[in-house]
Design a protein around this ligand. Structure first.
Ligand code: AMP
Length: 142
C-alpha cells in the first residue's frame, strides 16, 4: 500500500473532510488551515511534481479550484480574496510529495503575508530579460 498520505485519502483509507470528489481530482480541507476554508485540490493519480501532471487533470484541478473558491465566496466563510498556490519541490516548500493546489481564503487583517523574501535580482536589463525569455521559449519548442 502507498505510504503517501494523499494517496491514502484518495483511496478512502485516510480521514479527510471532503468538499468535492470528481473524475480525476478531489478536494478536502487542509488539516492545518491558515484560515477557515483552506482547501487542497488533489489529483487521484500520484503525480509528485507539477511538471508530470497530465493536461486534462491539470484543467480539472484548476476548474475545481475555481468552483471551490466560488462556493467559499458565497458561503459565510470570511473571504475577501484568496491565495491559490502550488509549491513544487522541497526547495519551494512542498511538504507532501503528491502535487496539490491550495485555495486559502484571505480577509483583511487576517495577519498573514504571502510572498517572497523581498530580495530581487538587481538590474534585470531588457537584454538579460530577453536572454532568459529566449532560453525558455527555445526549450518550449523542443
Ligand atoms: P505543501 O507544503 O504545499 O506540500 O502543503 C501540504 C499541506 O498538506 C499542508 O498545508 C498540510 O497542512 C496539509 N496536510 C498534510 N497532511 C494532511 C492530511 N492528512 N489531511 C489534510 N491536509 C494535510
Amino acid at each position: 500500500m502507498s505510504e503517501c498520505v494523499f494517496c491514502k485519502i484518495v483511496a478512502g483509507e485516510g480521514e479527510a473532510s471532503v468538499v468535492h470528489r470528481g473524475g480525476s481530482v478531489m478536494a478536502f480541507l487542509d488539516i492545518n488551515p491558515i484560515n477557515q476554508g483552506h482547501v487542497l485540490v488533489v489529483p487521484h493519480i500520484h503525480y509528485e511534481r507539477f511538471s508530470n501532471v497530465d493536461v486534462p487533470v491539470l484543467g480539472e484541478m484548476m476548474h475545481v479550484a475555481q468552483r471551490v473558491l466560488q462556493a467559499i465566496e458565497t458561503s459565510k466563510i470570511a473571504c475577501d480574496g484568496a491565495n491559490i498556490f502550488l509549491s513544487d519541490g522541497e526547495v519551494a516548500g512542498q511538504e507532501v510529495p503528491h502535487t496539490h493546489l491550495h485555495i486559502a481564503p484571505r480577509f483583511k487583517e487576517d495577519g498573514h503575508r504571502m510572498g517572497f523574501s523581498g530580495i530581487h535580482l538587481g538590474g534585470a536589463s531588457r537584454e538579460s530579460l530577453n536572454g532568459t525569455a529566449k532560453l525558455i521559449a527555445d526549450a518550449m519548442k523542443r
